[in-house]
Design a protein around this ligand. Structure first.
Ligand code: FES
Length: 102
């Protein structure tokens, strides 16, 4: 598995910080992020598919394919590409390896 973040944040790097939990650890997204943007700016996948175990990171990015579901702390799931990140949200991935950015 790659240790690279899939998304590189190039804009809005100084926007308001939006705190959230990822795999029980505190993380920071930025105002305007989707759940997908926030998570894939930190790592390479959203989850593993329950069928083959492959890493998944979305496909269509427009809310149509349902490939980007991510588990929440309460056991529900959200469509990461079309869900706005809000303070206090909590997600679990099974594949995430956090990487550091400059
Ligand atoms: S990536 Fe297709 S619905 Fe989110």
């Amino acid at each position: 598995m790659s240790r690279q973040a899939l998304f590189k944040r190039r804009y809005r790097r100084d926007e308001e910080a939006i705190p959230f939990l990822l795999n029980g650890l505190p993380e920071i997204g930025r105002r305007g992020d989707t759940v997908m943007t926030a998570i894939l700016s930190l790592g390479s996948s959203l989850r593993r598919t329950e069928f083959t175990g492959e890493n998944r990171a979305g496909f269509c990015l427009i809310g149509a394919c349902q490939d980007c579901f991510v588990m929440t702390a309460d056991g529900s799931r959200v469509r990461a590409c079309s869900t706005a990140l809000k303070p206090g949200m909590a997600f679990f991935t099974t594949t995430m390896e956090r990487v550091e950015h400059d």
